[in-house]
Design a protein around this ligand. Structure first.
Ligand SMILES: [Fe+2]
Length: 331
């Protein structure tokens, strides 16, 4: 711990920016000083060059220290370290303990997605996310037995729901589509990517604002338009046929209908759009939000029944069968 004078404290306040503790996951060596605030005073809690052992992060969690601070000029170093971590994890995904490897991939993908939201113009970041998501798809497709343990581990990591939601909904989508035997592997991969990237338009609103009790009217409009914004961000960069961008544009099919908001153009109500949309609804309901606890899966299935059982009876049965099996798998 380093003590600073009042003048130094004031200078630090101008230079430091907050990071979430989670952004340090899987970093073995910090290459910059990391600060925490104690009694309104900044103190160095990790020194540049220090080995970052797991127990150090655990100790922060125990002490309730979830927000740390770094100098703004070091933000890009942190982003680069986590990019490299994701690159390395993606290359070695299928080697070693599959649950450990999957858990790391889930975490690093979510951290990097968060960093991408801060700079959606970065082709380098997007290319890395796409490659990592494709490798993750293959890994999950080949190892269905680890979906449940990975889901449980992921929930424990408490990623921000904005970054967790795409991964959980895509995991559910992959599981149900594979079980349906109605689509080929490549088609499921394309839909997995579509589902994972469908919410990047939410980056229009800074993440901390999602935690506030009330979004401003302007932010609410931005939120409502996030599917269109996602398409604007991804167009020409995702190497998927335009059909998939259409699915992204319409992935809030049920929210729009529920709120009786008429979409500007005809909604695609095909099987693929419906499945991307409905697994998103279920993923949201079974996950915790700052304003409500997670809901039991049977509640989400009751709701899904109201939404689709008439129009898509066999798909509804498929979802019930998949989630029964998923939630009965022992932890
Ligand atoms: Fe969305």
């Amino acid at each position: 711990m380093t003590a600073f004078s009042v003048i130094q404290q004031n200078a630090l306040a101008l230079k430091l920016i907050p990071i979430h503790l989670r952004e340090l996951l899987y970093i073995t060596n910090v290459t910059f000083d990391v600060y925490a605030v104690k009694d309104d005073i900044y103190e160095i809690v990790l020194t540049a060059g220090q080995t970052l052992e797991k127990k150090i992060l655990k100790d922060f969690i125990t002490r309730g220290i979830m927000t740390l601070y770094i100098e703004e000029e070091n933000r890009s170093k942190l982003v680069d370290i986590q990019k490299e971590n994701l690159r390395a994890a993606t290359r070695s995904l299928s080697i070693g303990d599959s649950v450990e490897k999957g858990k790391r991939q889930f975490a690093l993908l979510s951290i990097n997605l968060g960093h991408f939201y801060e700079d959606t113009a970065s082709d380098d970041s997007l290319a890395l996310l796409i490659q990592s998501t494709k490798n993750l798809f293959q890994f999950l497709y080949d190892n269905p037995e680890i979906h449940r343990p990975l889901f449980d581990e992921y929930i424990k990591q408490h990623h921000h729901y904005i970054f967790a939601q795409p991964l959980i909904s895509s995991l559910f989508l992959l599981g149900t589509l594979k079980q349906s035997h109605s689509l080929g592997e490549k088609e499921i991969e394309n839909l997995f990517l579509t589902s994972y990237f469908k919410d990047v338009g939410m980056s229009a609103i800074p993440t901390p604002k999602y935690d506030s009790a009330q979004l401003s009217d302007q932010d609410k409009i931005l939120l409502l338009k996030h599917p269109t914004h996602s398409v604007n961000i991804l167009a020409g960069r995702l190497s998927l046929r335009p059909t998939y961008l259409k699915i992204i544009e319409n992935h809030h099919l049920f929210t729009l209908l529920q709120n009786k908001i008429a979409p500007t153009e005809d909604i695609l109500t095909g099987f693929e759009t419906m499945m991307v949309s409905i697994t998103d609804v279920i993923a949201a309901m079974v996950s915790e939000r700052p304003y409500r606890p997670s809901l039991p899966v049977y509640r989400s299935l009751e709701y899904v029944k109201l939404l689709i059982a008439d129009q898509y009876p066999s798909e509804f049965r498929l979802l019930v069968s998949y989630f029964k099996q998923f939630y009965s798998t022992s932890k």
